[in-house]
Design a protein around this ligand. Structure first.
Ligand code: NAP
Length: 240
């Protein structure tokens, strides 16, 4: 399968690329930075992993940068993993509109535009494709300081549910993976005390495994998940 993965340069996106490559798929990765870790993967899976540096904060330019210059109509797209995101965290009374809009560009508007053109590619090639959005447990449990970020992920969950309904008749599936707290760059600024409080809210009392999230994405992309659509799959160590 040919899979588009955004946010491939590090963290969860890099792990998703790694799992998909191990399974024999071809991966088209997008991020701004071309990291050493990604290059190492490219060397290991020569000819199966491609990269384009794209700033996904430009939703208006996404069609050109992603679909005219990278995933052209010659590429038969089987899957799209919307993983790239930024977290704007602050308390609501400090909300800054420019920062909110900037986050929505990356987390919501560009993924919605990419979904539009990914589905068009699937229609062109009559592919029963699979779309996965990466959400966050903050949508379901609530954390102080994450209201703006969680709202962007909640928008994706609604978008996915209704996309599934709209395109299901043509065999196109859309699902969401909802990770709990993971130890990646995104969460690196948290103090040990903050982390301990987050772990205390999980049944397994630990950070969610990045690999478990990536393996779940790979499963949902595969035919093994052919009857799963419109779902939110929690991979969160049992967060309450
Ligand atoms: N970490 C957590 O605890 C946690 C919990 C729940 C959900 N999540 C979600 O899991 C997903 C992966 O998060 P992570 O922890 O792996 O985050 P991360 O380490 O910060 O990685 C984010 C990825 O997104 C890319 N990205 C960010 N802004 C971009 C832009 N403007 N244009 C293109 N690419 C951009 C980054 O690449 P460049 O910087 O190179 O562009 C990077 O590859 C996200 O959707 C996040 O919201 C994370």
């Amino acid at each position: 399968m040919n899979i588009l993965v955004t946010g491939c340069s590090r963290g969860v996106g890099l792990e998703i690329c790694s799992v998909l490559l191990r399974e024999g798929h071809t991966v088209y990765g997008v991020a701004r930075s071309y990291t050493d870790e990604f290059i190492a993967l490219e060397q290991q899976y020569s000819g199966k992993l491609f990269f384009k540096s794209i700033d996904l904060s430009d939703s208006e330019g996404a069609r050109k940068s992603v679909f005219k210059e990278f995933i052209t109509n010659d590429v038969v797209l089987h899957g799209y993993v919307n993983n790239a995101a930024i977290a704007y965290d602050d308390i609501v009374t400090n909300l800054n509109l420019d920062r909110l809009k900037a986050m929505y560009e990356v987390n919501v508007f560009t993924p919605m535009m990419i979904t539009k053109y990914a589905i068009r590619n699937m229609l062109l090639h009559k592919t029963k494709g699979s779309i996965i959005h990466i959400s966050s447990i903050s949508v379901h449990t609530g954390y102080k300081g994450l209201a703006m970020y969680a709202s962007s992920k909640g928008a994706l969950e609604a978008f996915s549910k209704d996309t599934a309904r709209e395109w299901g008749p043509l065999g196109i599936r859309s699902n969401v993976v909802v990770p709990g707290f993971m130890a990646t760059a995104m969460s690196a600024s948290l103090t040990e005390d903050q982390r301990d409080k987050i772990y205390a809210r999980t049944s397994l009392k630990a950070a969610t495994s990045v690999n478990s999230v990536a393996e779940t994405v790979a499963f949902l992309l595969s035919d093994k998940a052919c009857s799963i659509t419109g779902q939110n799959v929690h991979v969160d160590n049992g967060t309450i």
